[in-house]
Design a protein around this ligand. Sequence first.
Ligand SMILES: *[C@@H]1O[C@H](CO)[C@@H](O)[C@H](O)[C@H]1NC(C)=O
Length: 448
Amino acid sequence: MKHLSLLLALALGLVTAVSAGPTVIECWFVEDADGGRLAKKPAALLLRQGPGRIPPRPDLDPKRYLRVHDPTGTLQAAFRRYPRSAPTPHCEMSHYIPLPASVNWVKGLTPEQSCPRALDGTWFMVSMSSPVLSLSSLLQSQTEPQPDPGLITMATAVLTVITHNPTTRIQLGQDALLDLSFAYMPSTPEATTPLAPGPPPFGLEWRHQHLGEGHLLLAATPGLRGQMPAAQDGAVAFAAWDDDESWGPWTGNGTLWLPAVKPSQEGAYQATIYLPYLQGQVTLELAVQKSPKVSLMPSPLVWAAPGEAPPELVCLVSHFYPSEGLEVEWELRGGPEGSFQKAKGQSWLSALHHHLDGSVSLSGHLQPSPVTTAQHGARYACRVHHPSLPALGRSAEVTLEVAGLSGPSLEDGIGLFLSAFLLLGLFKALGWAAAYLSTSKESKKKAQ
Ligand SMILES: *[C@@H]1O[C@H](CO)[C@@H](O)[C@H](O)[C@H]1NC(C)=O
């Protein structure tokens, strides 16, 4: 019997593990208040409900406590896969009024001038954002009598626009994919498609906002004729319904593809889905990065006499982006005072050098302090920190030789010169031999 209850507990545990993720999303209801201000009142969305009664929320006005019916399953799926470690999404909602779109190229979506009765009732727009998702959903409250009017308001998610990747970081010059999907289920089939069954025509728009300036990047209306603005920056979107059901629900893909991203393409991207009288919108961020190459001069050795300062060290930090957030640190590794310490001396950074691809380079300089014989064999290192690099950064190092210890004496110098001279002779001889061998091979081949 004990085993049975243990099994049961395990099974229950599994069930709860499968249906993980929040069931209630706390929200703020935003509306206009006196004097042009905005008032925020607490609200909540009940996404799923276990067996039994609706969890009571006496702290909320029942008009702002919504039981969400989600016929496309998009909200449910998004929160089922919501990572436990991720912060809870920031949620805001407000009243929404179905209206024809204001942009010209989607006028074809609403040829008749009156809003269909199927769109009657109270509408809400819910926007949620967190590091793992950003979404906007249009909810229509049920027009038929509400089952629990004093407790909760029943509302149906009609259009949901969602991205699972609100912030995309991309290496400079690579292609970026900005994830966008949407789902639609009209409250009654004739709400939008009086003639043909199947997924309705829709409009997709991507706008780019950078340094306070916005411009239309791409517009598409699959299934509608009309004059389209040309796409900018080589942008391409997958603007299509994924399914071909007669009466819905339908899900679609509006992912944007940007080839060979440049720094000027950074910023906010606003995606809008247009359906007759309904518009859903989410905003994504694109950040461009390039990690620096780091090298140190002189290399691989730097010489100094005891009590004297080694020559200036130059750390080349090249082709990185953005220019903000770069730090250069100087270390002395393996010296007498411990294995790891700040290098003594005077350090400074050069001005930025701009490259055609938008990346930048600079150099870090160190005029080291005089050295002692005990520091022989220690290594100077420049360590570079940049947002594109792991926390430890990237470094390059050079070994310090304190002359008079094993540094080159005059005799050593002559020895070096002689061996270089001999080596050069040897290379020359080898070169001649190789040339001779290859020509004789060639002539043999020709002879065959
Ligand atoms: C949308 O289309 C793109 C390109 O084919 C694909 O990479 C992405 O996975 C699609 N998104 C969904 C949600 O199917």
